[in-house]
Every structure is written in C-alpha cells, then in structure tokens.
Design a protein around this ligand. Sequence first.
Ligand SMILES: [Fe+2]
Length: 259
Amino acid sequence: MSFKWVLYSDIHGQIPQLDAVQEAVKKEEADKVVVIGDLVGLGPEPAEVIERIKGMPEIEVIIGNVDLWVTRNVWEWGEPKSPHQEWMFRMMQHTQERISKDLLEWLDKRPYSITYSPELGHDFHIFHATPYEIGDEEAFPFRLTDDEIAEKLEGYDFDIGAHGHIHGPSVRNFKKSNGKMQKLVCAAAVGMSWDGDPRPSYAVVEYHGDGKWDARVERVEFDCEKQADFNENSWIEHGERIAGMIRSGTFWNPDHMPH
Ligand SMILES: [Fe+2]
C-alpha cells in the first residue's frame, strides 16, 4: 500500500502566501492534506484564512498555540514575559475582534494532534510544536541537534512525526535508544519564515509499505515585497515588524526569539 500526505503550517492570517502554497500543492496529488496549526495571529486576514480552510472539509486541521491564544483570550490570563509578548497578546485581542463567533468556535474545536496508521505498528503522528506541549513552553527549534531531539522524543515510538511552529522546514532522521530509526519533519511556514529563506514552504510525506517512509520539503516562489507592504499598511499594531519577517525570512528581533 502507499499513501501520500501534504502538510503545511503557520499561515498566520496571510492569504496570498496560502494561495501560493495551495496552488503549488495541487500538483502533488496527495491523498490527504493536513494543516498543522496557527491559522491566525500576526497577519491581517485571520477570518479569511479560517473561512478558506473550513470551506475545504477534505483538509484535516490541528490547532496551534497562537490559535488558542486568539480563541481563548490570552490577553485576559496570559502573563507576558516581555514587551514583545505584551504586543503579541494585544494583537491576539485585535485578531479575535475580526473573527465571527462561528469561525472562532470551529477553530477552537480542532484537535491537538492526529495519528495516521497506514499499517499496524507504523504510525505517523502530527502535532503543532511537540507531542507533549502545544508550543507556549516547548518546541523543536533549529538550534537543537538531532541527538537532543531524539532524547526529547524518548518513549514516543511513531515511525515519523510532523510539526510546525518554528517557522522553517526541515527533515531530520535519528536513531532512538531502542535502535529504531525515526523521522521528524517540520512543514512550516506558510505566512512568514524564520530560517532565512522568505519563501513559503510545505512538506510531503509518503508511505510505501513495510515501514518505508519518504519525506521532503518544498519552497514556493512568492512576491514577498507586495505582501510585506500590505502588512505594513494594515490594521496590525507594528505591521512593520511582520513586514520585516515576510521580507527577510528571519524573526524581527533576535532578542525576543520565542524559542
Ligand atoms: Fe505556533
């Protein structure tokens, strides 16, 4: 048996990047498309993104930490760790004000993770940041080595995992202490990348039977300048920070790296 997934993540209210990725993934002819959370927050068109994805019921969606900040009023209970987070939490409130109750409810009901088992004993586990934490406290950032991530995944015996959240795609292969090989794919990000390449990305995972998996990530050509201008001149407080990330493919301020 074989099965092909396309995965993308961290759209963050950016419709033109979503258009570019959705156009590119058509040619993959996947059996299943999965969005790995963070549909909203940081971008000018949150309701439009939820509406688009909700209107494609063939797509599976899991929730991300920023989605939950928006649906569950983080500005009322969150303790901002920095001026950066104060700004983020205010932006989440302003984001919620632009989304209808129906769409917020739909987003809030997405699951934290999905597992596909194309054959017994061969699991593909999909989660936003880590299998045990949504991304407020824990993540698998670029700076961690494969060994460090393998250690964090002790006890998780899926063949392959996929996540988003860190805003840059990758495929890692490592050996667990039980000798089993494990793959970990980061599919992010659609809206804005932090790995130095401003192009949006998606991931492809294929199962070929008997525990054989392939994974790759693809970048999509995109007019970053035009969308950066749109963010800069939108309702977002400090839209120039979002614009900077879209233009450069890096986080706006290294002193406030979220992970
Ligand atoms: Fe996230």
